[in-house]
Design a protein around this ligand. Structure first.
Ligand code: URA
Length: 272
């Protein structure tokens, strides 16, 4: 769609920052909705608009969407779902994992890192995103998904009706592989006890793996992402949805429609 142009116009108009940001976020959500319509066809869209079920009506925000995000009247009446655990307990458990990992030299990746990228966010939404490993920007800043792929992930999260602070974001490996290559099996294995402890501490309602590496690592599968996506898996009893990695989407925007289907499936799991 010509949303790029529309986005430019929004940015050109002299508006207070807050309103301009909100308008930009609306345009992003619209882009995702249109991608979803393209993927699901007019029928899916009509069903959603007629509100056959709340889930079908997504990409409206889920019941416990971030304050200030657009809400349907139906959703606003719903009580927010309880967080998985007391935030202080989660923080304490994550802190412990972080301390155990600090200064890690368990694999060769430590040699090239500037910063270990542990993960960040909250379990407020019940969603944990798992990526592959830090890239250049993440290594520089010590934070996950802060580069171009991260900006797209932010948009995906917003399209789901959440803000970045509402979700937890981490990676399979915590140190940047050289030249952003795929982490090797022994590197993944060395880091996996920490990922397991991290996810277990968060005890999310749903895990979303981004790309083949994270999906295959958590599911112990060798199948391609195209075969792993499109269904709800279980990881230690927690629903797990696989989708395309945002970096892949930057190169293959046509797959955004399929990704939106995956995110809608995730919202359904959350609403169930
Ligand atoms: N790609 C990832 O898999 N993780 C990040 O943190 C950034 C890019």
């Amino acid at each position: 769609m010509g949303s790029g142009r529309a986005d430019l116009r929004v940015r050109e108009i002299n508006l207070p920052d807050e309103i301009r940001d909100e308008l930009s976020a609306c345009l992003d959500r619209l882009k995702w909705i249109i991608a979803g319509v393209k993927a699901g066809g007019i029928e899916g869209w009509t069903r959603g608009r007629e509100n056959a079920s709340r889930q079908d009506a997504s990409p409206c925000p889920p019941p416990h969407a971030a304050p200030g995000k657009a809400r349907s009247a139906e959703m606003s009446t719903e009580e927010p779902k309880k967080p998985c655990a007391e935030p202080q307990l989660i923080e304490a458990a994550l802190g412990e994992v972080g301390r155990e990992l600090a200064g890690c030299t368990r694999c060769r990746l430590h040699a090239g890192r500037k910063n270990l990228v542990f993960g960040e966010g909250s379990a407020k939404s019940g969603i944990v995103f798992v990526g592959e490993g830090p890239g250049f920007d993440e290594d520089q800043q010590g934070r996950p998904f802060v580069g171009r792929a991260g900006k797209l992930l932010d948009k995906m999260i917003e399209a789901m009706g959440y803000g970045r602070p509402d979700v937890y974001i981490c990676n399979v490996v915590k140190c940047r592989p050289p030249e952003n290559r795929t982490p090797q099996p022994d590197e993944i294995e060395n880091c996996s006890p920490f990922l397991i402890k991290q996810i277990s501490a968060l005890n999310p309602r749903v895990i979303c793996t981004l790309g083949a590496c994270a999906s295959q690592s958590l599911l112990g599968s060798g199948k391609p992402i195209s075969q792993l996506r499109g269904k709800t898996h279980l990881w230690r009893g927690i629903p797990l949805i696989c989708t395309y990695h945002p970096a892949y989407l930057l190169r293959n925007p046509v797959q955004k429609a399929a990704t939106w289907q995956d995110l809608k499936a995730l919202l359904k799991v959350l609403a169930s």
